[in-house]
Design a protein around this ligand. Structure first.
Ligand SMILES: *Cc1c(COP(=O)(O)O)cnc(C)c1O
Length: 433
C-alpha cells in the first residue's frame, strides 16, 4: 500500500485553523470502525471527539453503509430545483415529527455554517417582507455559529477576530457572558442585562441567535435553562425571531433530543447539522414556522433567496434517515445518560486539581477547563501514545465520544486525561499565558 505522504500534506493542504508555514503535525488515518480510528502504522485510537460532534453510532456502521450504498445505485445526486426525491421527503417527515409542532417548513442545506446563513437570511427577509429594515442580530459572548461571513459576524468578536475583518462584518450586538451555569442556582438578577439590552435595542434587531444551553467551539460553556427561557420570553415580548443553533447540540448530545428541551422552549428557526447524518456526509437543515415561511413568501422577493447546488443531496439524506432510525433503535437516551454518569464519576474528582479552573459534564460531553492554554502538539502526541483521540483547544480538554462507546473504551479516554493531569511534568503540556 502506498504510504500517506505527510510532507506533501504539510506543504500543500490546509487543515482547520492551522498555519501553512508552521503546520501542526497530522496523524494519518487509514480506516475506522466502531469507536476506533486506525493509523497507518497500525496503532488504533479510541475516538473521544465523534469527529466534532458528528459521529453518533461509530464509524463504518453496517446500517448507514447499506443505506448509502442502496442510494448510490439509485441516484447519488440530482439538482433540487424543480426536482424532488424520496430520501429528502423521508428525512423532512422525520425532522418535522421529531421537532416541536410549530416547526414545519424545512430548508435542506449543505453545512452548518450555511444553515446559519440561511437562518439569518430567513429572519432578515421576514422583517423585509413586513416592510421594516432591521440590520442587527443579538448574539451571546462566547458564541460560535460557523466560519462564513454571516455566521462569523454572530460569533464572539474576540474568538473570531472581528477586528481583523474591520468594516467588512456587520456590527451585531453581543450580550455579556452569562453568569449562571447549568448546575448553578438561578438568580433573577442574572437576567437584568438581557432585559436592558432588549429594551434599548429591540427595534434594531431582526433576530436573536443562540446555541441553546451548550456553547460549543466558543468555550464549551453550559448555561442555565432559565436564561434560555428568559430569552424566549423577551423574543416573544418584542416579536423578534429566536434562532436556535442546535448544530452541535442536536440529536441527543446534551441528554435531551434537542437542547431547547432543557428549558421547554420552541425557537422560531432551528438549525441542525453535524450529527444529522451520523457523521457520514455533510448536510444541514433549517426549520421554521408556517408564519415565517408565509411572510417571506409574500414579500417583495416572493420566494426565499437561497439554493445551494448540493441542496438535499440524496446520499446525505439517505445517511441521515438511517442515522435517525438508529438513534431510536439504539435507545440513545440510555446510551447518553450512561456516558454522562461515567464522565461525572471519572472527571468530577478533578475539580480540586490545581491546574483546573472548572470541570463540566452534560449528556455525552465532558469538559475540563484549564487555567492555561495547552501546548497542542505535545498534548496531542501524549494522547496518541495513550491510544486515544482527544483534541484539546486553547484552555479546553474535552471528551464527547460516539454514543455507542463501551465502558472499557470510555475508561481509556478518561484515564488518559486523569493520568495526564496527575503527572509531575504536567506544566510541560501547557503554555503559560
Ligand atoms: C460546527 C458548528 C457550526 C458550523 O458548522 P459547519 O458544518 O462546520 O459549517 C455552526 N454552529 C455550531 C453551534 C457549530 O457547532
Amino acid at each position: 500500500m502506498q504510504s500517506i505522504d505527510l510532507n506533501f500534506d504539510q506543504r500543500h493542504i490546509w487543515h482547520p485553523y492551522t498555519s501553512m508555514s508552521e503546520p501542526l503535525p497530522c496523524y494519518p488515518v487509514v480506516s475506522a470502525e466502531g469507536t476506533s480510528l486506525f493509523l497507518e502504522d497500525g496503532r488504533s485510537l479510541v475516538d473521544g471527539m465523534s469527529s466534532w460532534w458528528a459521529v453518533l453510532h461509530g464509524y463504518n456502521h453496517p446500517v448507514i453503509n447499506a443505506a448509502i450504498e442502496a442510494q448510490l445505485h439509485q441516484v447519488s445526486h440530482v439538482m433540487f430545483g424543480g426536482i424532488t426525491h424520496q430520501p429528502a421527503i423521508d428525512l423532512v417527515k422525520k425532522l418535522v415529527d421529531l421537532t416541536p409542532e410549530a416547526l414545519e417548513c424545512v430548508f435542506l442545506a449543505d453545512s452548518g455554517s450555511v444553515a446559519v446563513e440561511v437562518a439569518l437570511k430567513m429572519a432578515f427577509q421576514y422583517w423585509h417582507a413586513r416592510g421594516e429594515k432591521r440590520h442587527r442580530v443579538l448574539s451571546l459572548s462566547h458564541a460560535y455559529h460557523g466560519d462564513t461571513f454571516g455566521a462569523m459576524a454572530v460569533c464572539d468578536p474576540s474568538n473570531s477576530m472581528h477586528s481583523l475583518y474591520g468594516d467588512y462584518l456587520p456590527n451585531h450586538l453581543f450580550a455579556e457572558p452569562f453568569t449562571v451555569g447549568f448546575e448553578d442556582q438561578w438568580q433573577e438578577s442574572a437576567g437584568d442585562h438581557l432585559k436592558s439590552l432588549f429594551k434599548a435595542h429591540h427595534q434594531e434587531l431582526f433576530a436573536v441567535i443562540i446555541e441553546p444551553i451548550v456553547q460549543g467551539a466558543g468555550g464549551m460553556r453550559f448555561y442555565h435553562p432559565n436564561y434560555l427561557k428568559l430569552l424566549r420570553a423577551l423574543c416573544d415580548q418584542y416579536e423578534i425571531p429566536l434562532i436556535a443553533d442546535e448544530i452541535a447540540t442536536g440529536f441527543g448530545r446534551t441528554g435531551r433530543f434537542f437542547a431547547c428541551e432543557h428549558a421547554g422552549i420552541v425557537p422560531d428557526i432551528l438549525c441542525l447539522g453535524k450529527a444529522l447524518t451520523g457523521g457520514y456526509l455533510t448536510l444541514s437543515a433549517v426549520l421554521t414556522t408556517r408564519h415565517i415561511a408565509d411572510t417571506i413568501s409574500n414579500g417583495d422577493a416572493k420566494c426565499f433567496m437561497h439554493g445551494p447546488t448540493f441542496m438535499g443531496n440524496p446520499l446525505a439524506c439517505a445517511a441521515a434517515n438511517a442515522s435517525l432510525t438508529l438513534l431510536t433503535d439504539n435507545d440513545w437516551q440510555t446510551q447518553v445518560s450512561h456516558i454522562e454518569s461515567k464522565l461525572k464519576t471519572a472527571l468530577y474528582p478533578l475539580k480540586n486539581n490545581p491546574h483546573i479552573r472548572d470541570v463540566r459534564v452534560l449528556g455525552a460531553i465532558g469538559v475540563i477547563e484549564l487555567h492555561h492554554p495547552v501546548n497542542q502538539a505535545k498534548i496531542q502526541q501524549y494522547f496518541v501514545e495513550k491510544g486515544v483521540w482527544i483534541r484539546p483547544f486553547n484552555r479546553l480538554v474535552y471528551i464527547m465520544p460516539p454514543f455507542v462507546i463501551c465502558d472499557e473504551a470510555l475508561a481509556q479516554l478518561t484515564d488518559s486525561l486523569v493520568q495526564l493531569l496527575s503527572r509531575d511534568d504536567f506544566t510541560d503540556f501547557i503554555k503559560p499565558e
